[in-house]
Write a protein that binds this ligand. Structure first.
Ligand code: KG4
Ligand code: ZN
Length: 333
């Protein structure tokens, strides 16, 4: 039996999870509401709150899993990418815990773990598959050959999809993180009410910065003509921008699926919690004969379950690191 403790602290969620033989038995996530007042994550504050939350999160994960510290066979932690000060809290905790209990350490790439979240529950994708990985910092189409071999075939040239959600919501005066709020209001609106441009980027790469600027001018011009515009049309605006972001993503994914002749298609990352994107993936899958995979909501946004699950696959091949790992900033996907 392999009991893995997973630690995630790359951004503004302090999370700890226990995975037993590949099955997630606890996943404690403490979110940091402190950032809402600042319109985005403040790295210094994130590190401080991680320090407060890390031990309670681990204790709760162990308690919920009905195991003891003695049962843990290895500690896996998010090595990067992420905010350096935030990562340091999780890495330092994982190393101290492993050193004290003489356990192997497993380092996990955060973006790889988002993809592996698709293996936490049934149905699980079959290799090779394509994964659209959409988070606050990344937007990638990844060719997943097996648990450990990934090829990024397309990525954003500027903003990430989550950033596009958060920045457009900020233009609307909504608090951070804006993605879930766009999702909430979009459910009440007409997604064909307004039209936003689709960037013409060659290949499988993305760009969202032009859309953000077009959205800014759209809101500015409409507000100049009618100061009540935002207040009176928020659901329609959210539904329309959500639809455009989702269609930009899906059009590239369709192109990649066609070129690579792959019909196993997965979503991953925080933006995969978006209702419009989830629905569009299912609809596109039905139209194109794909089999679509989307992690459950709690495994889409940042969580330690995906770190513990990835840790389990690395544990099986004894892929451990020593206490002395290379500098965090050098982490590559
Ligand atoms: O993967 P994640 O939790 O953190 C990073 O690794 O960045 O992704 C966070 C991003 C944020 O931009 C957030 O607004 C977005 O995911 N997000 C959503 C939804 N839930 C989270 N975007 C749209 N709809 C949602 N329901
Ligand atoms: Zn993430």
């Amino acid at each position: 039996m392999a009991v893995i403790l997973g630690i995630e602290s790359s951004c503004d969620e302090t999370s700890a999870a226990i995975c037993i033989d590949g099955t997630v038995v606890s996943n404690i996530i403490t979110s940091q509401s402190i950032h809402a007042a600042y319109g985005g994550v403040v790295p210094e504050l994130a590190s401080r709150v991680h320090q407060q939350n890390i031990i309670p999160a681990v204790q709760q994960a162990i308690l919920t899993a009905k195991v003891t510290k003695n049962d843990i066979d290895a500690v896996s932690f998010t090595r990067g990418p992420g905010l350096l000060g935030a990562l340091l809290v999780g890495v330092s905790f994982a190393k101290a815990f492993a050193l004290a209990r003489n356990l192997p350490l497993i380092e996990v790439n955060h973006m790889q773990a988002h993809i592996i979240a698709n293996f936490i529950e049934e149905p699980k994708p079959k290799f090779p598959f394509l994964c659209l990985t959409v988070s606050g910092g990344h937007t990638q189409i990844v060719l997943v050959k097996d648990y450990f071999h990934f090829e990024i075939i397309g990525q954003t040239l500027d903003d990430a999809a989550g950033e596009a959600m958060d920045k457009t919501s900020r233009i609307l005066g909504l608090p951070y993180p804006g993605g879930p709020l766009i999702d909430k209001y979009a459910r009440l609106g007409n997604s064909n009410a307004y039209h936003f441009p689709e960037p013409q980027i060659p290949g499988f790469d993305f760009s969202f910065s032009g859309l953000k600027t077009a959205f800014l001018y759209f809101v500015r011009d409409r507000m100049a003509a009618d100061p009540g515009f935002l207040k009176n049309n928020l659901p329609d605006i959210c539904a329309s921008i959500e639809k455009r972001i989702a269609t930009i993503l899906m059009n590239k994914l369709k192109k990649a699926a066609q070129q690579y002749q792959i019909k196993e298609i997965a979503l991953a990352g925080g933006v995969s919690a978006n209702t419009g994107l989830r629905n569009l993936l299912q609809q596109t899958a039905d139209e194109n004969g794909w089999k679509a995979y989307i992690p459950a909501f709690q495994y889409c946004t940042d969580n330690a379950a995906m770190i513990a699950a990835t840790g389990y696959y690395k544990f099986l091949k004894q892929d451990f690191v020593g206490q002395q790992t290379a500098p965090l900033a050098r982490m590559q996907f």
